[in-house]
Design a protein around this ligand. Structure first.
Ligand code: UD1
Length: 421
């Protein structure tokens, strides 16, 4: 096992390119299964989650290779509609392969993805959408057996705008017979990105980015080229880090319109933010003040993935910042670790009240999920002394290399082999 060692107290200066969006790349890789032929995916971030998606693609019979900066997926050969349990367990979002495999093969067998560190994460809404389209789904002993000779277009009213369920429904409907109308769909920019890929591959999808999506089924899709949008959560991470540690950082290759609520909160906290075309600049003295309540909501609301990041930035802010997590049930697991660093946080259920403290101190802490881990890194950058963050592999699910990016900005951060495991 390896851990991250951070020597805090140094402001961040410099410029960083923002990686491609993990949450776009994963469904687009799954969509490549539908697009019979060769798809070329550019700006695909290289993460342990994308590696897991590539292993799934290979396992089901696709050829995948990297050429220069582009990832190629050839799905023209036969596709096996089965994903081994180990791969399903490795990445929760592997469930996004369900819709494409069902649409392409007429059947699919996979183990239900388990719960994970931020809550139970059921897939009932995914199944509701697929069943409405005529899929027969049997759940037995943790295995899902799905069958649909022909998926037919229909109306699906999602009770909650789930990102994954929206993606699965759209993916399955692409090869369905007739029109599918999806209401209360998730509006995340990653869904609009998926629509762009699908349409380039010959699908007929409209409305993504709004809460009503229409999919007109077509007979088949072909390979397509696509450039993944920039990652709004990675960008929010670097901004929160600079806010907390102080400094002057420019982010390029970023779409700031995708994370306006994060920018608004950082401004309220006293950071100076400037935006330009594909560019954001943040200047922070490191002396922040508490912002109004941070309540996570589906897009375009405050993103749940940025809640731990802003909480870390709020630890030394003057006054109290209230957080309410409405999307996931246990997404405050970074709190006990932040307390070890001297933070003052009181929690009740899914709410947390953070009282700013004059200083944080380095400590031994453990990351138990991706963004919670990023929050610990941010807190460590603003703390006095050294912090050792165990569980650094969680960060590799979402950041190409957190230590390389932050070192470029002048942080003292290193990954070390643990002697004691
Ligand atoms: C996606 C993102 C994740 C982000 C989340 C919310 C990817 C790969 N991951 O996750 O980073 O935090 O959106 O913005 O894109 N739910 C159900 N039943 C379902 C599906 C979801 O009850 O069938 C619940 C979940 O338990 C959760 C909430 O709905 O409480 C949101 O889940 P969802 O929007 O589906 O998130 P993901 O697609 O899993």
């Amino acid at each position: 096992m390896r851990s991250l060692h951070v020597l805090g107290g140094k402001p961040l200066f410099g410029a960083l390119r923002v990686q491609g969006a993990k949450n776009s790349a994963l469904p687009i890789l799954a969509a490549a299964v539908l697009a019979e032929g060769v798809s070329v995916i550019r700006n695909c971030p290289w993460l342990s989650d994308t590696d897991a998606a590539v292993r799934i693609l290979r396992e089901i019979g696709c050829r995948v290779w990297l050429d220069g900066e582009a990832l190629y997926v050839d799905s023209s050969g036969p596709v096996r509609p089965e994903i081994p349990e180990g791969l399903m367990r490795e990445m929760r979002s592997s469930v996004v392969f369900l819709g494409p495999l069902l649409a392409r093969c007429g059947e699919v067998r996979l183990s239900a993805p388990g719960g994970c560190e931020i809550g139970a994460r059921p897939i009932d809404l995914h199944l509701l959408a697929l069943r409405s389209m005529g899929a027969e789904i049997e759940e037995r002993g943790g295995t899902l057996n799905c069958r649909a000779k022909c998926l037919r277009g229909c109306r699906v009213d999602l009770p909650f705008p789930s990102v994954g369920a929206t993606e699965n429904a759209v993916l399955a409907a692409c090869l369905g017979r007739g029109e599918t109308l999806l209401t209360n769909a998730a509006r995340e920019p990653e869904i609009a990105d998926l629509q762009r890929f699908l349409n380039a591959a010959g699908a007929s999808v409209s409305g993504a980015g709004s809460s009503v999506i229409r999919v007109q089924g077509v007979k088949r899709l072909h390979g397509a080229a696509h450039q993944v949008i920039p990652d709004r959560i990675a960008a929010s991470t670097w901004l929160a880090a600079c806010a907390a540690a102080g400094g002057d950082v420019k982010l390029y290759d970023t779409e700031w319109r995708h994370y306006r609520p994060v920018l608004r909160t950082l401004k309220e906290m006293g950071c100076d933010l400037q935006t330009g075309e594909n560019l954001v600049r943040i200047r922070s003295t490191g002396k922040l003040k508490a912002a109004g309540p941070v309540v996570t909501r589906p897009y375009p609301g405050f993103p749940t993935d940025a809640q731990p990041l802003i909480m870390a930035a709020a630890l030394r802010a003057e006054g109290a910042t209230a957080f309410r997590e409405t999307i996931f049930e246990s997404r405050l697991r970074h709190v006990p670790e932040l307390l070890r660093m001297g933070a003052d946080i009181r929690t009740e259920g899914r709410c947390a009240l953070v009282w700013g403290v004059p200083k944080l101190r380095g400590a031994e802490v453990r990351a138990s999920d991706l963004r919670g881990g990023a929050a610990l890194v941010i807190a460590a950058l603003a703390a006095e002394g050294e912090t050792r963050i165990c569980g650094s592999e969680h960060l590799d699910r979402g950041y190409e290399s957190v230590e390389t990016s932050l070192t470029e900005l002048g942080a003292e951060i290193e990954r070390k082999e643990d002697r004691d495991g």
